[in-house]
Design a protein around this ligand. Structure first.
Ligand code: AMP
Length: 258
């Protein structure tokens, strides 16, 4: 099942231009049964790290809505739409961006969701309205989800992870000051980029984000359970241990589907 790809995710992070000309440097190959996964879990459970590791294993694209907002936030002021500027304000406070803005952004990138290489959605959907929009799009296009992986972790562990998290400003790789330190202090092992402490990983924003999760995102667990798609995974231990736990269940799922 090893299908390593190095995808710059240009089509996802930048969106397609009007003539659809933005192309990823490497496009995942077409697959007969592509993995189409949603990763759920409170901020800090390690969804982003698992999404990266799963991308390497499964070859499907890592589609993170948070990464799209952060990429947009780095653009020049005049290159940002009013909706994107407003989205940045919500993000800085740790609040959820309104569903209409999020869905507009995802809809513009629906090519990534419909792509025959599959996807790993990280940070989307985050509300029932977003989940319903995604479900409608996938039903219309006659594609289905493989599973919804729900990473579970106690709150005190989440706060510890978030406050020590450092992210590469270039390739977005995630490190932790004690659990997953980079080899060079403040420097990304993967690309040599600068590591930074995300504004929304600071204590004030963490509390707001966890409240937003409980209020808006936790109900998705029941939503996907009712659809028979939920795959709970204990998110304790190292990233490799969590990946092994995830892959064990995915292998069973793939064996059942074969
Ligand atoms: P993340 O990197 O997934 O933790 O996202 C960072 C921030 O981006 C969140 O705290 C929200 O402000 C915003 N965001 C990302 N994805 C969504 C989404 N699906 N719905 C609403 N807000 C989002």
């Amino acid at each position: 099942m090893d299908a390593s790809i190095e995808n710059d995710r240009a089509a996802w992070l930048e969106g397609s231009s009007a003539d659809g000309s933005v192309k990823c440097s490497v496009v995942p190959p077409e697959r007969k049964n592509p993995w189409r996964l949603i990763l759920l879990g409170a901020p800090g459970v390690g969804k982003g790290t698992q999404a990266e590791l799963l991308t390497e294993r499964l070859g499907a694209c890592h589609l993170s809505t948070g990464d799209v907002f952060r990429a947009a936030g780095k653009r020049r002021d005049c290159d940002q739409s009013p909706a994107m500027k407003a989205a940045m304000q919500y993000m800085r406070r740790g609040e959820l961006v309104p569903d209409s803005t999020v869905w507009e952004m995802v809809r513009e990138r629906s090519g990534c969701i419909l792509h025959c290489g599959g996807f790993i959605l990280d940070g989307f959907p985050r509300t029932l309205a977003q989940a319903e929009s995604l479900k409608a799009l996938m039903e219309k296009e006659k594609i289905s989800l493989s599973a919804v992986v729900n990473y579970e972790l106690p709150v005190d562990e989440i706060v510890r992870r978030l406050s020590g998290r450092r992210t590469c400003e270039n390739c977005k790789s995630v490190f932790h000051v004690t659990e997953r330190p980079s080899k060079g202090k403040g420097i990304c092992d993967r690309c040599g980029g600068r590591l930074y402490h995300r504004e929304d990983d600071r204590p004030e924003a963490i509390t707001v984000r966890l409240e937003a999760y409980e209020r808006s995102t936790a109900p998705l667990i029941q939503f996907y359970k009712n659809l028979g798609l939920l795959m709970p995974i204990v998110a304790k231990g190292s990233p490799d241990e969590i990946l092994a736990r995830t892959m064990e269940k995915m292998d069973k799922l793939a064996a059942g589907a074969a």
